[in-house]
Each structure stands twice: as structure tokens, then as C-alpha cells.
Ligand binder design. Structure first.
Ligand code: HEC
Length: 131
């Protein structure tokens, strides 16, 4: 029998193992987002049962109008969520302190998409889910 052995460095192997764990393979985008919510520690500041924490709760925010600290309002959509993750200091939700640090360079695009899908899935009013 002829076998083939591929030799990879420890570094490449670790990277491969990490990619696999964080690629969300075999999961729906929503499930992957739910996992990241915990593994990326969003859970320490955001609740999903409507109660307040350091940050605003995530359930039923999608599609809703929200007041910002400068007195303007925005609709929570995919772009706003993406911006909140990458540039949390740009738009501050009224009533909260600007303590969230950026996840730029920490979360990959697909991970952000997954978190958005998860937040969307927490919207009980389905008519608001479809942008
Ligand atoms: C240290 C606490 C903290 C952590 C950790 C944290 N956030 Fe936040 N987040 C906040 C606070 C406080 C606000 C509201 C103030 C603001 O807009 O910056 C906020 C706002 C948001 C908003 C806007 C919500 C709204 O209703 O306007 C989104 C979306 C969000 N965070 C996503 C995330 C994601 C995704 C993660 C994990 C990858 C995360 N946050 C981790 C504290 C945190």
C-alpha cells in the first residue's frame, strides 16, 4: 500500500484547527452567530431576554427605531449592526455608556454576518425581519 503523508508545521496545523472551529462549518448562520455570541463574549454585555445589561438587549431590536445619544434616531438594520460592531463609538445607543470596544480585525466577515443573522432571529415579529 502506498500512503501519502502531508507534513505541515505546528503553526499551520493550529491555524487550520482554529479556522475549522471558527468557520461555523456544518451550522446555519444563525447557529454560528449564537455560538459566537458566547465565545466572543458579547454575552457579558448583551442579554437576549429583554433585560438591560452593560449594553442593550438584542431581542426584538431588529427593524426597530432606536434613539441615539445625540438625539437622532436610526432603524436597526444590517448596516447599523455591522457598524456597531466595527465602529461602536460612531453611534451610541441612548441610555448606554460608550464602553464597547471595536471588533475590527477580530471578527471575520462571515462571523459578523452570523451575528447579524442571530440578532435577526431574535426578532419575534417576523414582518420586521425582512428588510
Ligand atoms: C464591554 C461590554 C460590551 C461587549 C463585550 C460587547 N458590547 Fe455591544 N454594546 C455595548 C454597549 C454599552 C452598547 C451601547 C452603546 C453603544 O452604542 O456603543 C453596545 C451596542 C451594541 C450594538 C448596537 C445595539 C443597539 O441596540 O443599538 C450592537 C449590534 C452590538 N453592541 C454588538 C455587539 C457584538 C456583536 C458583540 C460581541 C462580538 C458585542 N456587542 C460585545 C457593550 C458591549
Amino acid at each position: 500500500m502506498i500512503g501519502k503523508v502531508k507534513v505541515v508545521s505546528q503553526e499551520d496545523f493550529d491555524k487550520w484547527a482554529e479556522d475549522l472551529a471558527f468557520s461555523g462549518e456544518g451550522m446555519t448562520l444563525e447557529e454560528f452567530g449564537a455560538k459566537l455570541y458566547v465565545s466572543k463574549a458579547c454575552v457579558t454585555c448583551h442579554k437576549v431576554d429583554g433585560s438591560n445589561s452593560t449594553g442593550p438587549p438584542w431581542n426584538n431590536i431588529f427593524g426597530k427605531e432606536e434613539m441615539l445619544s445625540d438625539g437622532t434616531t436610526i432603524i436597526v438594520d444590517e448596516n447599523y449592526i455591522r457598524e456597531s460592531i466595527l465602529h461602536p463609538m460612531t453611534k451610541i445607543t441612548a441610555g448606554y455608556q460608550p464602553v464597547m470596544s471595536t471588533f475590527q480585525g477580530i471578527l471575520k466577515d462571515k462571523q459578523i454576518d452570523a451575528l447579524i443573522a442571530y440578532i435577526k432571529s431574535l426578532q419575534e415579529d417576523e414582518s420586521l425581519r425582512n428588510e
